[in-house]
Design a protein around this ligand. Structure first.
Ligand code: ITT
Length: 208
């Protein structure tokens, strides 16, 4: 049986404000006292893994060791079928700019445009199927870990639409809907997203 988080605090080992907001909302009903990596001043480890699982474990372990508190990390990304699954684990890297709004930062419009540009190079008939993956990793300070994987399928649209969510949400239309993740009510995204899928597995294992 998997070890339980228990009644104490849990560090959310992310420096991404959009993820932090979604994870806190998903954990809310379970009465967990969430602390953020940012508020504890925890460093961001280098994501040197080649899979979502490896990178989620790197982040969760680094946080648990630095804080001494059980930690939850999320590694996630967008995979495009016609691009052989790219950007995948490099999803955040495709947004990195040396100078963005006066400082180093992430430019999501540029990243979405890069995906669109590569699809356009392949011609108008290119399938636009894509999926988001999310791996949630729990790590305890003594080294024990647990991993939960989630996915949501959909297709890419252009131009971007909607102001909600974060990252690549404005170009992702989940299967069976006509609106993008950035146009969906956050509660609805929390029901169907890759993060929600991974969370359902975590909740079944940890809180049932
Ligand atoms: P942390 O490592 O600090 O958690 P990060 O942003 O660097 O934050 P990742 O390495 O996991 O996180 O990168 C995943 C990227 O995938 C993220 O920055 C988003 O751009 C994108 N992404 C993940 N989930 C998403 C979602 O629900 N909607 C839109 N984009 C998402």
């Amino acid at each position: 049986m998997t070890r339980r988080i228990g009644a104490g605090s849990l560090v959310i080992a992310t420096h991404n404000a959009g993820k932090l907001k979604e994870i806190a909302a998903l954990l809310g009903p379970h009465g967990v006292n969430c602390l953020s990596a940012g508020s504890l001043g925890l460093p961001e480890p280098a994501e040197t893994g080649t899979t979502f699982v490896e990178n989620a474990l790197i982040k969760a372990r680094a946080s648990a060791q630095a804080s001494g508190i059980v930690s939850l990390a999320d590694d996630s990304g967008l995979s495009v079928a016609a691009l052989d699954g790219r950007p995948g684990v490099c999803t955040a890297d495709w947004a990195e700019r040396q100078w963005f709004e006066g400082k180093p930062g992430r430019d999501w419009y540029m990243a979405m445009g890069k995906v669109e540009g590569l699809l356009c190079e392949q011609g108008p008939e290119t399938p636009r199927d894509a999926w988001f993956s999310c791996v949630l990793a729990l790590a305890w300070p003594d080294g024990e870990t647990a991993v939960y994987e989630g996915r949501v399928d959909g297709s890419l649209t252009w131009p971007p639409r909607g102001k909600l969510g974060f990252g690549y949400d404005p170009v992702f239309v989940p299967t069976g809907r006509e609106v993008t993740f950035a146009e969906l009510d956050p509660e609805e995204k929390h029901r169907i997203s890759h993060r929600a899928d991974a969370f359902a597995k975590l909740v079944a294992d940890q809180f049932s």
